[in-house]
Design a protein around this ligand. Structure first.
Ligand code: SF4
Ligand code: SF4
Length: 76
């Protein structure tokens, strides 16, 4: 994963509940001074568990929209 593929954390929305740390099976996140931080960026699988569990939307993952190729109109 690159830095651009890591979850974005918004400290002002965070209540330091720790749910995202529990949800992350990879140990990517840690609480420092009452705020989650990415401490193992290389371990992030971008699974989205931290985003799903956060009650205050303080974690956000970005998803790239990939358009399907245009359907082949064929020649009939
Ligand atoms: S996206 Fe998944 S692996 Fe990455 S920090 Fe969140 S819960 Fe952990
Ligand atoms: S789940 Fe959300 S509110 Fe709780 S510690 Fe993580 S980022 Fe903060």
């Amino acid at each position: 994963m690159t830095n651009q593929s890591l979850p974005t954390l918004y400290p002002t929305r965070c209540t330091a509940c720790g749910l995202c740390l529990v949800a992350c099976a990879e140990g990517v996140l840690a609480l420092q001074a009452g705020c989650p931080v990415v401490v193992q960026p290389q371990a992030c699988t971008y699974c989205g568990a931290c985003e799903q569990v956060c009650p205050t939307e303080a974690v956000e993952l970005y998803y790239e929209i990939v358009l399907a190729p245009e359907a082949d109109p064929g020649t009939d």
